[in-house]
Design a binder for this molecule. Sequence first.
Ligand SMILES: Cc1cc2nc3c(=O)[nH]c(=O)nc-3n(C[C@H](O)[C@H](O)[C@H](O)COP(=O)(O)O)c2cc1C
Ligand code: SF4
Length: 794
Amino acid sequence: MDWESGISHYAVELWHEHRIPIILSTFTVLVLLRIYLHLTQPKPELLALPKLYNATEQKVKEEPSAERWRLDEKQAVKVEEKQQQRPDISKQSSDKTSDDEKKRITNGPRRIKGGIKRKTSQGNSDDEAGNGPRKIQVLIFYSSITANTDKIAKDYAQTLDASLRGTSADGEQQDCSFLASQVLDLAEADYDEYFITPPKSLEGESGSVDYFYLFLIPSYNIDTINDSFLEHLRETHHDFRIDTSPLSPLLGYSVFGFGDREGWPTEEEGFCFQAKEVDRWMAKLTGRKRAYPLGMGDWKRDGKTRLGEWHQGLTEVLELIEQTGSLGEGVAGSGDPLESDDEGVEEDDGEVMIDVDVEVSKPSKLEDVEDLGKIIETSSPAPAPIAVDFTTYGKSATKRKTATTVTVKEMVPKSSPTYAALTKQGYSIVGSHSGVKICRWTKSALRGRGSCYKFSFYGINSHQCMETTPSLSCSNKCVFCWRHGTNPVGTSWRWVVDPPQLIFDGVKEGHYKKIKMMRGVPGVRAERFAEAMRIRHCALSLVGEPIFYPHINEFLGMLHSERISSFLVCNAQHPDQLAALQHITQLYVSIDASNRESLRRIDRPLHRDFWERFQRCLDILRERRFRQRTVFRLTLVKGFNIEDEVTGYADLVEKGLPCFVEIKGVTYCGTSTSSSAGLTMANVPFYQEVCDFVTALEKELQKRGLKYGIAAEHAHSCCILIASERFRVDGKWHTLIDYDKFFQLLEAKGPDGDFTPEEYMGPETPEWATWGKGGFDPRDQRVDRKGRPVEEVS
Ligand SMILES: Cc1cc2nc3c(=O)[nH]c(=O)nc-3n(C[C@H](O)[C@H](O)[C@H](O)COP(=O)(O)O)c2cc1C
Ligand code: SF4
């Protein structure tokens, strides 16, 4: 064996004997080397995006708000450019960066690009369409045969431009995103150019353009250009070769109709019928981009005013689009694509509904305040304590001082399941214990489909009514209260108290926000929408017990200072708070049963002395009857509180002598049974049964010499009103309220002032609302749950 073969033999032997330790140690050395390099090598900046964000945020703050959406877009473009420049960036830092790392930068996951990335009218993104500033082109389409609308459209374009563009102090038009509006006669416009897809976006000096369509449409019951136009819209929607919403790249649209009330007094008789059609087809073709509700007017009568209101609302929306690039919250999802108008069923302000199926992430069992306390303890830090014993509200200040050591928590903390449950049901929670929600009647009135019974009985405009409560907590667990299990309960106030101003501002903001979200809903009337932006009534009856709130009088004072009337419902369990209550427009007490046992079964009160409290409340109401409009609200639940209770209720009326007694059948609005309370559809009385009960009660009252009579009805919501003869003048019922008079009296005499309900008694109850006439507002159109018109009840 020569020396060479000896060495190789030795190496092979060595390898066979020690290969495992050799492999392991080599692997370990490599791993350690890799870790060392990873820790010690300088890293490249991942991406410059965070810096860019900050820089741009700063810039946005400095720019006027009208410029904001354009800035955001530039920002998006800049970031895109930065990304495209990444290879250069990595090159600059190549001395510090390995090849692998360079790859990671250039091929790494795409980062979020800042700013709103808007689509152009062609459906392209910003970057594809060019980098120039975005412009908005408003196109005003009109038709006209007797030339009125021709002139109106041209004048309107100038008005709109002046509003949108504004003028500087020296009379110069200000720079903005809006191009001068263009007016197009539908008799001359090429439909294929505008109504199959939006026009091609112009590029070049002015940058790219997004379009917004307006329509000024008179109606004609003869064959005109309107018919060809509507036919074109219909065909485009149904053409199988075209997307069903080919106009969805538009920023939005809105329609205003002209008609003549002399020949066509109501919508059922054809007032503005073609504007309604255009609105409907445009909703389909744009994928529900109704930016503002349909407006309607008669040029010889209210046309100018209506057009003015529509214009005002519309310009606000256009300004919003300029700033944000979108129609805003609620609009896209709030309309119904099929325009079926199936609204779903929601509660009205009475806590008289059973059986709603609400999918909520409920707490395992939120039965009472103790449970709430446990949840709060585990879910949120306790806020700073407020040293007041609220159970003694209205008593001496010295007694309050003694409670300074009590630690209080929030009633409905943001992190609690109660908060989640209530917000899921559509409540806006304000502060830590108040809520606001728009009721189904407010929505219905916005669409001209009827108002709640309080419009028929007392003249409340439902679309101007805010439903709220300053206390989501209650001291009963009524069997028919569908919120049972989601709202906190307790016998005394043990929570943080929010200041009344915070609640007042918060509920108004929440209400207006929800109204604004109705803007794109099919059928919402521009005129009512504009009116709804001024709250005129407040129903304090949402959920919980409003007089539980320690500063209820201050809160009421704020409502009244803005001339918002107050309708407060209490549960007859807080006599001290009731006694301390100052003037309100109408004071309700829920009377859910006529005797102790029945009340225990129905209201399931938390107070042991519930019957005594109830009786004291009736005494207070009796005393107050010449200072407040007092109302008993009876909710009839079949199998619980109707049968054989007429005399018991008559006893209560005799004791409290209220100005009015409202009798309402419990409403069923769900699909499953309310198992915990054992209520089903069988517990809902038929309207005829409610009528029979009311007739029997009236008879019983008259038998006792009590001067009451059946004054009004609202069959639609199964509600009937018995009134004291004090509100009958010359044989006519006067159940309506003179709201202006109420505020005048309040302002002149103060919240504790001496004035009687008769002093602000309104005009005669309208004929259509009186007993036997059904009570449906003749201005509105009754519809069934599918939105189909319903014949009037005879
Ligand atoms: C022939 C004719 C038919 C009309 N039909 C209706 C109608 O069905 N419903 C309606 O609300 N107004 C109807 N009107 C009223 C017009 O819509 C209204 O006067 C409108 O302002 C006319 O606008 P113009 O002058 O631009 O044509 C009709 C008017 C005319 C002349
Ligand atoms: S009073 Fe107001 S909150 Fe109550 S049902 Fe009528 S509109 Fe709704």
